[in-house]
Design a binder for this molecule. Structure first.
Ligand SMILES: Nc1ncnc2c1ncn2[C@@H]1O[C@H](COP(=O)(O)OP(=O)(O)OP(=O)(O)O)[C@@H](O)[C@H]1O
Ligand SMILES: [Mg+2]
Length: 242
């Protein structure tokens, strides 16, 4: 299998707090990974480095055999890396449908209202309908993002992230605070994408059902990987986390 993403000796410090320390890992195509680690262990920081929001202090990020470290976030997105954020970043006063439509805005310079031109809406209509179906948001597509439940907002966040073409999807705690019935929908959706997905998650049942490729981040490195039973049995993991 081909590597889609290679992290080569990534290091990142904030002042004298070294968060990522010479981290190396190769992610394979069409594989689901869960990224675990204690609070403050650097999971989100790693996503920020991969997605171009943060520069590392050293090392390289290789996506599809091309170095992308130093690229701007919008350039990284255009190459096929999509992500969600730990905090929800929806536009509250816009509808569910409009929030997804906005994801098709492909240049940062493009004016917001262009996304709502009837021609643009026509082009993307079928795809948006399919995403609404997949994320179980069809019945509430005209509701404003601020008026739907937290679980539905999480699903909408995911819908926005999958609206653009991508090969690698980074999900930062997609089920945190979400009720069980939505968790299952999110789980199935991730598994049916048939893409490489890296999911930061704390919920053990969710992780166990999601994937056998669990990575554990501690002291700035991936210290172990394997299925949930394997991770749980690791003494360093127990010390750091359980
Ligand atoms: N922009 C920043 N400036 C300074 N320190 C930061 C910054 N971003 C993160 N940190 C620090 O880096 C460390 C790792 O933070 P990060 O958000 O990556 O952790 P995390 O593993 O995602 O934690 P959580 O599970 O709580 O979301 C923390 O000590 C945090 O305070
Ligand atoms: Mg985090």
């Amino acid at each position: 299998m081909k590597n889609i993403l290679e992290l080569q000796n990534i290091t990142k410090s904030f002042g004298n707090n070294t968060v990522i320390n010479n981290l190396k890992y190769n992610f394979q195509e069409k594989t689901i990974y869960a990224l675990m680690g204690a609070n403050g262990s650097g999971k989100t920081t790693l996503f920020n480095i991969i997605s171009g929001l943060l520069d590392s202090d050293g090392g390289s990020v290789v996506f599809n055999s091309h170095r992308i470290d130093g690229f701007e976030a919008h350039e990284v997105a255009k190459l096929g890396i999509s992500r969600t954020f730990q905090d929800l970043r929806l536009i509250p006063s816009l509808s569910v449908y409009e929030n997804i439509l906005l994801a098709f805005k492909n240049k940062p310079s493009e004016k917001l209202f262009n996304a709502f031109l009837p021609s643009r809406v026509m082009i993307h209509q079928d795809k948006i309908e399919a995403i609404l179906e997949q994320t179980h948001l069809k019945n509430i597509k005209h509701s404003k993002a601020k008026d739907i439940s937290y679980g539905q907002q999480k699903l909408l966040n995911l819908a926005v992230a999958i609206a653009n073409d991508f090969e690698l999807l980074l999900l930062d705690e997609p089920v945190a605070g979400v009720q069980p019935e939505y968790r299952e929908e999110i789980l199935r959706l991730i598994q049916n994408l048939n893409k490489t997905v890296i999911v930061i998650e704390h919920n053990p049942e969710f992780i166990e059902a999601l994937t056998e490729h669990i990575l554990f981040l501690d002291e700035g490195k991936i210290i172990t990987e394997g299925d949930y039973a394997h991770i749980k049995a690791n003494s360093q993991v127990q010390e750091a986390y359980l």
